[in-house]
Design a protein around this ligand. Structure first.
Ligand code: HAM
Length: 420
């Protein structure tokens, strides 16, 4: 039997109501904050992500789905959206039409990670990017949007974690300081951290190895060596969150897995999902647009993983979206009227009702079972005694009330069902 690829998941009809609920909520909240949707292709030139996310990151060095097409071009299934959104902004000169572009997306992403609960190889993100302003209130806005969405879903066990990474020059001199500190502990570092010492030293803070954690406990912190402007930027973000009542923890060791960040970074973690606890992550990326060949435009954004959010919902036993209902089930009592019942049902649908009928020549009893399974508000019994007077019996499934209605007058049947 051919099965879905490890780390990918079918989203079956029974799961769809939850997905739609989240997607609709995301759209409605992001539209309130005046973000416009953008959709970009599933694959891009590999060098976009290599240059945008950073060659030394785990995503680029180990996790991308990269392949050559028949023309010999190296393509990559998008592992994240920020680089793709920036590419589209530059390519279509969106910044010339509007100085600040506030964009959002809902899209599948691809990373070849080791699959586990909350970690897939094809997963879905929703996210937002605001490109064209260095205003710290946009950093706060991103945190508030992400937090509002997760709270509106009903999640409880959430912690907002924030940090600042300052500007590149501050980070470069800090890296030297960290290098000096780690020199004395180098021999005790894990082999992965030894590699990172050379390539991406800040990521040693992310190590889960006992010996690395021990060493990093006393490491100097970037936040302590930032200049006045960076500190002020961060203070404004914190004050705004305080005023809006968004509780947060400052985590100076929060280094994110992508290289483009400057100033504010954040994650919202859930205590309900095990080790893959970050439901969303984001931050400011003031150098990225220029890095990808565009003007020197600042940007900030976040992305959240829908599968992880659904896992948290399941574990908190929330998001029990009510089952779908249909308006009317047309039950056929006389098999000779099969065509008439099909025509009638189709007309009801064309007038805006969600309607179903039997296509399996089932008994009336089995049709009623189906009507109940579909949660029908009404059943229209078609083809009984009253058919000779061009009538059918309409039963309200909640009250049990039955009325004869004229089937020639489709409008009034529809009216009656819609009124409830
Ligand atoms: P990220 O932290 O790599 O950031 O991913 C954001 C979220 O996507 C994670 O918090 C997680 O919920 C979800 N996610 C990531 N990898 C997986 C996976 N393998 N399986 C399931 N869910 C996953 C970014 O992608 C940045 N582009 C966020 C951003 C936007 N920064 C600025 N703008």
């Amino acid at each position: 039997m051919i099965k879905a690829i490890t780390g990918t998941k079918d989203i079956l009809p029974g799961d769809i109501p939850k997905w739609r609920y989240i997607e609709n909520l995301v759209r409605s909240i992001l539209e309130e904050f005046n973000y416009n949707e953008i959709r970009t292709p599933i694959f891009e030139e590999t060098r976009l992500f290599a240059r945008g996310i950073g060659e030394e990151t785990d995503i680029v060095s180990k996790e991308m789905y990269t392949f050559e097409d028949r023309g010999g071009m190296s393509l990559t299934l998008k592992p994240e959206m920020t680089a793709a959104v920036v590419r589209a902004l530059i390519e279509h000169s969106l910044h010339k039409k509007s100085q600040l572009n506030k964009l959002f997306y809902i899209s599948p992403m691809f990373r070849q990670e080791r699959p586990q609960a909350g970690r897939l190889r094809q997963f879905h993100q929703f996210g937002a990017e605001a490109i064209g302003s260095n205003d710290p209130y946009l950093d706060a806005e991103m945190i508030v949007i992400a937090h509002d969405i997760l709270k509106e879903i009903g999640l409880k066990n959430l912690t907002v974690v924030i940090n600042t990474l300052g500007i590149p020059s501050e980070r470069e001199s800090y890296k030297n300081e960290l290098k000096n500190y780690l020199k004395n502990h180098y021999d005790r570092l894990s082999s992965e951290s030894k590699r990172r010492y050379e390539t991406n030293i800040l990521r040693i803070f992310d190590s889960k190895e006992e010996q690395d954690i021990e060493i990093m406990k006393n490491a100097p912190l970037l936040i302590d060596s930032l200049g006045k402007e960076s500190i002020e930027h961060f203070d404004i973000v914190k004050n705004a969150l305080d005023k809006l009542g968004v509780k947060y923890e400052i985590e100076p060791k929060l280094v994110r897995g992508l290289d483009y960040y400057t100033h504010t970074t954040f994650e919202i973690v859930s205590g309900s999902v095990g080790s893959q606890s970050a439901l969303c992550g984001g931050g400011r990326y003031n150098g990225l647009v220029a890095q990808l060949g565009g003007d020197d435009l600042p940007g900030v954004g976040f992305a959240a993983g829908i599968e992880r959010i659904l896992l948290a919902c399941e574990n908190e036993n929330i998001l029990n979206v009510p089952d779908d209902k249909i308006d009317v089930y047309v039950a056929l009592l006389d098999k000779n009227l099969n065509e008439d019942s099909f025509i009638l049902t189709t007309r009801l649908r064309q007038k805006g009702l969600k309607a179903e009928r039997d296509y399996l020549s089932r008994s009336v009893k089995a049709q009623m079972r189906e009507a109940n399974k579909l949660n029908a508000s009404y059943v229209l019994f078609f083809g009984g005694e009253e058919y000779k007077d061009k009538k059918a019996v309409l039963k309200n499934m909640e009250s049990g009330e039955q009325t004869d209605i004229s089937i020639d007058d489709i409008e009034s049947v529809v009216e009656k069902i819609k009124r409830g």
